[in-house]
Write a protein that binds this ligand. Structure first.
Ligand code: PLP
Length: 430
């Protein structure tokens, strides 16, 4: 596959953009390097690059593009928003409509605020939890990614009864001393952390279904235990549903699993592809936020009509009959095809799937926490990624990311993908 123009653009990019990319994983470091493909257009389940090559897309822009690229209903909403005024700096009726839609879909969102990214949404839920409880610390789970604000860029310390270490240069030890990180699906570790730090803990933050070390479901009873243990310590529970909201059903993972957090952070899908974040939860907690309460949060772009109208249009598409059932069935078809190929060619591939989102791990039998995901074979994944790319299948460039189906994938794309997987497995992953 000729990607000469991507090569040229990447060389040019490195002269003007730090590292040539505006978000690090786009530089293919997780797959042993290479030249990132410069995409030009997207339509439905397909992307076209600057050299005219087409790809079946499973990156879905890291999740937001659940209705496929350039969905006509969303495109029309964005065009109309642009024609009417892209930014007003005042309230608009669209914010009311959208907040009501979110609240109807996810009843725990008694009050909502819109921001501009998942990072901002998560960061603000932590501030609100601290304001409400008057406590400083947070507990989170290893491998769950919550954006790039300081408090969530903290790695585990030496165990559940120790605070963390900075996971990025520029994050101070003081900040790391406010965060405890424990393994996902490990209630004993959570209990130990809360036994030690419970009285200082403002919130326990969790992705209710993990999307950031592949697709990993909570074990039965785990999230109920998170709620019970946190609440018994007087701490709040925050769900980071930036990936999961509207991914598996019209609503959040919390609806699907029947568990209710105190606060929820969202992003990605709810913007229909434009920048957005939102957070919300119990009314008495949300009333900590300015202008009602003392916890400050603001934004020039917050609730901008383009993102809001794009988000409304996206949810309208997702209200269609059978949308999620179809993605689930196609996800199952893809999973079975990959598993069959792995068996036929004796490749140690393991698939974990939740509805239309799945991850292919190599060299492990099951992934329940970050340590399991880390132990999967990086070199095999890298080889798989590059070979699939050359066959016109666009995956996320990291063994920790998920494949996302969209409403526009059909059996045709799934079967072509399985065929590509079979060819790659037959060729081998070295
Ligand atoms: N939370 C989760 C679960 C995410 O996966 C991400 C991004 O991947 C974020 C938060 C941060 O969102 P954003 O990239 O919009 O800032």
């Amino acid at each position: 596959m000729n990607r000469q123009t991507s090569e040229t653009y990447y060389s040019e990019a490195k002269e003007v953009i730090l590292g040539g990319v505006n978000s690090p994983s786009r530089a293919y470091k997780g797959v042993g390097g290479g030249t990132p493909v410069f995409m030009e257009t997207g339509s439905g389940a397909y992307l076209k690059d600057v050299d005219g090559n087409t790809y079946i897309d499973y990156l879905a822009a890291y999740g937001p593009i659940i209705t496929g690229h350039a969905h006509p209903h969303i495109t029309e909403a964005i065009q109309q928003a642009a024609a009417d005024a892209v930014l007003l700096g005042t309230p608009t009726k669209y914010e009311n409509t959208f907040a009501a839609m979110l609240q109807e879909a996810i009843p725990s969102l008694e009050r909502v605020r819109f921001v501009n990214s998942g990072t901002e949404a998560v960061m603000t839920t932590i501030r609100v939890a601290r304001a409400y409880t008057g406590r400083n610390k947070i507990i989170k789970f290893a491998g769950c990614y919550h954006g790039h604000s300081d408090l969530v860029l903290v790695a585990a310390g030496s165990g559940p009864s120790t605070t963390g270490n900075p996971d990025s240069a520029g994050v101070t030890k003081n900040i790391a001393s406010e965060v405890i990180t424990v393994p996902f699906n490990d209630t004993h570790a959570l209990k130990e952390a809360l036994d030690h730090f419970g009285e200082e803990t403002a919130a326990v933050m969790v992705e209710p279904i993990v999307g950031n070390f592949g697709m990993v479901e909570p074990e039965p009873g785990f999230l109920e235990e998170v709620n019970d243990l946190a609440h018994a310590a007087g701490s709040l529970v925050i769900y980071d549903e930036v990936i999961t909201a509207f991914r598996f059903m019209y609503g959040g993972a919390q609806n699907m699993l029947g568990v209710t957090p105190d606060l929820t952070a969202m992003g990605k899908i709810i913007g229909g592809g434009l920048p957005i974040g939102a957070y919300g939860g119990r009314r008495d907690i949300m009333e900590e936020v300015s202008p009602m309460g003392p916890a400050y949060q603001a934004g020039t772009m917050a609730g901008n009509p383009a993102s809001i109208r794009s988000g409304i249009a996206c949810l309208e598409v997702l209200q269609g009959n059978g949308i999620y059932e179809k993605m689930d069935l196609l996800g199952q078809r893809l999973q079975e095809g990959i598993e069959q190929a792995a068996a036929d060619y004796q490749i140690p591939a393991h698939v974990q799937r939740v509805c239309g989102a799945l991850t292919v791990y190599f060299g492990v039998d099951s992934v329940k926490n970050f340590a399991d995901a880390e132990s999967s074979d990086t070199a095999m994944f890298a080889s798989f990624f590059h070979q699939m790319l050359d066959k016109g299948v666009h995956l996320a460039p990291s063994k920790f990311e998920a494949w996302f189906l969209t409403t526009e994938h059909t059996e045709k794309e799934i079967d072509q993908t399985i065929e590509a997987v079979r060819e790659v497995f037959e060729n081998g992953l070295s």
